[in-house]
Design a protein around this ligand. Structure first.
Ligand SMILES: Nc1ncnc2c1ncn2[C@@H]1O[C@H](COP(=O)(O)OP(=O)(O)OP(=O)(O)O)[C@@H](O)[C@H]1O
Length: 320
């Protein structure tokens, strides 16, 4: 596979001054990214998640060349971002959900005209891309509207179009659905899925909304304290978090908590009981055991909530 993004033992240390007394300041180091290694192949769509302060934005800033790593090796499309930031800019697109790159007081179209000149996009390609993006992101009626008058969802779609006018090979998205309503979220996700499938654009997605990951990414990387804690399919996170699934059983009548070796009863409500069992374990033997010994009417298995799984992973890491 063609590794498009490569990080080898990348570090970023910030030296900060902390107030320790009335006039006293002390220097100390914050290790925002710590010996981070991963690769992303061309065309992949990867979720990059972690709690606040984990080092996600610092990673993205190093990938765009805004920040220089303190150590290790980092390449995007074979380019060292901090040394050749201008050259790399033509090959990457960036969208920050919390900030806009559009001109606040100008009509949306003016920001696109500016990008046309800034990136020196050939005229025909600019017109073609603008047309396609305006169509797909439903921006046609908004082109003459000043950006400050756009809704958050409209502005976000406008920002995504701006980031893609120059045909970047990779798109970094930092919280692209933050604050959006359900309909706007669906539009943004639908567009990104389509972009990745049709154009093969590599996407690195930072988000606190796990539905973004569930709906878009087959691979997820979890970072905490600047270190990679997990890298793999979303489903594997359950095992990594050692989470539990729940078997909900309806019995014929109210009974004391059932007694089975591989599960524990966590709740009883009339004839209904909730049994927790390890997520990595099959439910079949447990169901067979229950059916043989108890008057079962109905049952269902509930998957663990991914948010809870990740919270658990963080908590376990914090005490270990
Ligand atoms: N310019 C800076 N100077 C000093 N410390 C910084 C700087 N930028 C980030 N940090 C610190 O580095 C750590 C990682 O921050 P970063 O912004 O990368 O986290 P994050 O995962 O993006 O968090 P969030 O989800 O809150 O945006 C934090 O402890 C932060 O305080």
């Amino acid at each position: 596979m063609d590794d498009f993004i490569v990080l080898e033992e990348v570090e970023k240390v910030f030296s900060v001054r902390r107030k320790t007394g009335f006039l006293k300041r002390e220097r100390h180091d914050v290790r925002a990214v710590d010996s981070l290694s991963f690769t992303v192949a061309r065309g992949e769509m990867v979720g990059y998640i972690g709690p606040n302060g984990a080092g996600k934005s610092t990673t993205i800033k190093m990938l765009t060349g805004i920040l220089t790593p303190s150590g290790g090796r980092l390449r995007v499309a074979g380019i060292d971002p901090s040394r050749e930031r201008a050259r790399l800019a033509h090959r990457i697109g960036v969208v920050f959900g919390q900030r806009t790159t559009l001109w606040w007081d100008l009509p949306l179209l003016d920001s696109y005209r500016l990008a046309h000149r800034m990136y020196r996009i050939p005229d025909a390609r600019y017109r073609e891309n603008l047309d396609r993006l305006v169509e797909l992101l439903e921006l046609r009626t908004l082109l003459d509207t000043p950006v400050r008058q756009l809704s958050l969802g409209q502005r976000m779609r406008g920002d995504i179009a701006a980031a893609l006018l120059h045909d970047p090979e990779v798109l970094y998205l930092d919280e692209p659905t933050i604050g959006l309503d359900v309909v706007s979220k669906a539009k943004v996700r639908g567009f990104l899925r389509e972009l990745n499938a049709a154009s093969g654009t590599t996407v690195l997605l930072t988000t606190h909304d796990l539905q973004d990951i569930e709906q878009l990414c087959s691979r997820v990387m979890v970072i905490d304290h600047g270190r990679l804690m997990y890298d793999g399919p979303l489903t594997g996170l359950h095992e990594a978090g050692e989470s539990e699934r729940t078997l909900v059983v309806d019995l014929e009548r109210e009974l004391p908590p059932v007694d089975v070796p591989s599960a524990r009863v966590v709740r009883v409500e009339g004839p209904r009981q909730w049994l927790a069992f390890p997520a990595g374990q099959s439910a079949a033997p447990l169901v067979a055991d229950l059916a043989a010994r108890y008057p079962l009417v109905d049952l269902s298995v509930r998957e663990p909530d991914i948010e809870a799984v990740i919270a658990k992973m963080y908590a376990e890491k914090a005490v270990s």
